[in-house]
Design a protein. Structure first.
Lengths: 52, 501
C-alpha cells in the first residue's frame, strides 16, 4: 500500500512543498506537491485516467 | 542470154547482152560524188542510192546534272559534279563506320561492319509491353520479363529473375514506421514485476491502468530461446498481465501506450497490430483514443475491436480511421492512446465488454499508417540503443549496479541538505515532473558519508536536459562542501526522473 508524506524542502529559492510517495520495498517517488495535486485531480476513477 | 541446153550459141552477142544486163542492173552504183556513201534505198536487191556521209555522227553533247561540260563542235569535255545532300553527282566511297560525312558513301565493307554490330544488338522487338525488362538467358541470348504486380520485388526463381511478392511485405524495417515505443518490450528500466494498482508504468512506455481489481500483476516474462512468435526476430521479453475485477461494474484493467501528441495520425487510417496469447481463451478489446490533454477537448475513442485470445501466440490487428482534430482544443499532455482492455466493468461500455480472466501475454505492439499490418519493427528500427534513448525521453533511471555507484554531484547548502545536479541522458519530453529513488542512498565527501533520508526535485533548477535534486540527510554535512550522491552499499540503488504522459 502506498503511503504519501508531504514534506517541506529548503532550497536556494526558499521552502518547497513536496509529496513523497512510499511504494514500499524501499522505493519512493518524490514530486512537487502541486504536481501531485494535479495528478490526483486528473486521476479520475475511470479507464481514461491520465497522469497529467 | 543462152542457157546450158542451147545447142547453138553466139558468144559475142551473148556477151553484149550480158554486158547490157549488168550495166542495167548496177546502174545504182553509178554517179555519186566525192565523200558520198552508198545506202540501201529499199529492200529490193541492188537498189542503192548515194547519200552524204553524215549518218550516225554526233553533232553535239548536251550535259545535264550531274554531268557538266558538253558542246556541239570540236573536242568536247564532259565531267560529273560532286554529290551532296542537295545535288546528285559522284560520291567518294568510304569504309568508315563512324564518319558523319554527308558527301561520302558507305562501302559494302562498312555496311557489313554496321550490319554485324546491329546483328549483335538486342532486337527492339524483344520487348512488347510497357514495363518489360530484358535479361540474358545465356551467351548472347535474351528474353523479356513482363512487369510484376504492385508491391512485388525482383527476385530469383529457378535461376532466373522473377517478380515475387515479398514474404511479409516489402522492406518495411525502417525507423519511425511504428509509433509505439518499446513495442518489443525489450526495455524495463523500472524493474520486472509490478503489483501496484492505479496508473503504473511497467515496461518502458507501457502502463497499466486499473481500478477495483484483485490479483493484479504486470510481469516481465522471458521467451524461451527460439520461441518468439516472429521468425527472424528473436524477442527476449514480453508482458504478462494478471488480475480480475473485484467490482463488475466499476472495475477495469487495461494496458496502455500513450503516444505523445494527439496530432499523430490524425485524420489517417492506421493499423494496430500485436501478438498475444493467454492462459485461457477469451476476448480482449483494443481501441484507440485521441486525448487532447488536461482541460482540452473530450477524449475521442474509436470503436473497439474484439480480439479472440487463445493459448497460442497469434497476431491481432485493428484498422481504424482516426478522426480529424479540426476544431479541437489541444492542451499540454495531449496524446494518442492505445488501449488493451483486458477487463472492463459494465459502467464503461465504450471500452467494450471484455472480461478476460486468464493471464494475458502481449508482445510486438505496432501502430502504423495504412490498413495493413506490415512486418514488426521497433520505433527506432530495431536498434536497442535507439529504443532506449526514445524511452529515456519520457523516463530514465540510473541503477548503477555498483555498491557505491555515483549518480550525481553537488554542494551542501546546510548540514542536512545537498543540492545535486545530474544530466539527463537525453532531453526529456518536458521538465521532469517527479523523481523516483530507492533507499540505500548516501552523500559522501572525502571524509565521510551520510545516509539520505529523502530526495526531491529542485524545480527551480530543473529543465529538460539537466535536473536539480535536493538530498536530505539527518545531520553531519559541512556547508559549501562538495558531495557525491552514491549508492550506500547496494547494487540496486537508483534515481530516476519522469516526464511521462
Amino acid at each position: 500500500m502506498e503511503k504519501v508524506t508531504f514534506v517541506e524542502i529548503e532550497t536556494q529559492e526558499g521552502i518547497q512543498n513536496h509529496a513523497i510517495i512510499d511504494h514500499g520495498d524501499g522505493e519512493f517517488t518524490s514530486m512537487p506537491k502541486e504536481n501531485y495535486d494535479e495528478q490526483q485531480a486528473l486521476k479520475k476513477d475511470e479507464p481514461s485516467a491520465v497522469t497529467e | 542470154m543462152p542457157t546450158p541446153t542451147d545447142l547453138v550459141t553466139d558468144l559475142p552477142a551473148d556477151f553484149e547482152v550480158f554486158g547490157q544486163a549488168v550495166d542495167s542492173t548496177m546502174a545504182d552504183l553509178k554517179g555519186g560524188t566525192t565523200g558520198q556513201i552508198l545506202s540501201k534505198n529499199s529492200n529490193t536487191d541492188m537498189d542503192f542510192i548515194w547519200i552524204a556521209n553524215d549518218q550516225g555522227d554526233i553533232t553535239g553533247v548536251t550535259a545535264t546534272s550531274p554531268l557538266t561540260g558538253g558542246g556541239t563542235s570540236g573536242a568536247i569535255t564532259v565531267g560529273i559534279q560532286a554529290a551532296s545532300t542537295s545535288q546528285s553527282g559522284a560520291v567518294q566511297l568510304t569504309d568508315s563506320t563512324s564518319s558523319t560525312s554527308t558527301t561520302t558513301a558507305a562501302t559494302p565493307n562498312s555496311m557489313k561492319s554496321s550490319y554485324d554490330l546491329a546483328n549483335a544488338a538486342i532486337p527492339k522487338s524483344t520487348v512488347t509491353t510497357n514495363g518489360d525488362l530484358i535479361y540474358g538467358t545465356g551467351s548472347s541470348t535474351v528474353t523479356r520479363l513482363g512487369i510484376g504486380s504492385s508491391g512485388q520485388v525482383l527476385s530469383v526463381s529457378g535461376g532466373v529473375p522473377a517478380w515475387a511478392t515479398p514474404s511479409g511485405g516489402s522492406n518495411t524495417f525502417y525507423a519511425g514506421k511504428n509509433k509505439v515505443i518499446n513495442g518489443d518490450f525489450g526495455i524495463w528500466q523500472r524493474g520486472s514485476s509490478f503489483l501496484t494498482t492505479g496508473v503504473v508504468y511497467c515496461a518502458d512506455r507501457f502502463l497499466t491502468n486499473t481500478g477495483s481489481v484483485s490479483g493484479f500483476s504486470a510481469v516481465q516474462s522471458t521467451f524461451t530461446a527460439g520461441t518468439a512468435p516472429v521468425s527472424g526476430y528473436e524477442g527476449q521479453f514480453y508482458l504478462d498481465i494478471a488480475g480480475t475485477l473485484s467490482n463488475a461494474s466499476t472495475g477495469y484493467l487495461q494496458v496502455e501506450q500513450r503516444i505523445e501528441n494527439v496530432r499523430t495520425f490524425a485524420g489517417q487510417t492506421v493499423t494496430l497490430s500485436f501478438w498475444a496469447k493467454g492462459s485461457t481463451s477469451g476476448i480482449v478489446n483494443t481501441l484507440l483514443g485521441q486525448n487532447f490533454g488536461a482541460g482540452g477537448s473530450t477524449e475521442v475513442l474509436s470503436a473497439t475491436s474484439s480480439q479472440s485470445i487463445t493459448t497460442s501466440w497469434q497476431r491481432f490487428t485493428q484498422t481504424v480511421t482516426l478522426p480529424s482534430i479540426a476544431g479541437k482544443t489541444i492542451n499540454a499532455g495531449n496524446m494518442l492512446k492505445i488501449y488493451f482492455v483486458k477487463n472492463m466493468g459494465s459502467s464503461y461500455p465504450t471500452y467494450g465488454s471484455s472480461n478476460y480472466t486468464g493471464t494475458l501475454s502481449i508482445w510486438g505492439v505496432q501502430l502504423e499508417a495504412g490498413s495493413t499490418a506490415t512486418d514488426f519493427v521497433t520505433a527506432s528500427g530495431n536498434s536497442y540503443q535507439g529504443e532506449l534513448a526514445m524511452c529515456q525521453r519520457y523516463y530514465w533511471r540510473n541503477t548503477t549496479g555498483a555498491a557505491y555507484g555515483r549518480m550525481a554531484w553537488g554542494i551542501a547548502d546546510t548540514s542536512t541538505t545537498v543540492y545535486l545536479t545530474v544530466n539527463n541522458p537525453v532531453p526529456m519530453r518536458v521538465i521532469p515532473t517527479s523523481l523516483d529513488y530507492s533507499s540505500n542512498l548516501r552523500v559522501s565527501d572525502t571524509v565521510g558519508n551520510q545516509a539520505v533520508t529523502a530526495m526531491s526535485l529542485n524545480t527551480n533548477f530543473t529543465d529538460a536536459q539537466l535536473a536539480g535534486l535536493t538530498a536530505t540527510v539527518a545531520s553531519g554535512l559541512t556547508q559549501n562542501r562538495s558531495y557525491f550522491l552514491e549508492a550506500n552499499n547496494s547494487t540496486t540503488s537508483y534515481i530516476g526522473l519522469s516526464a511521462e504522459l
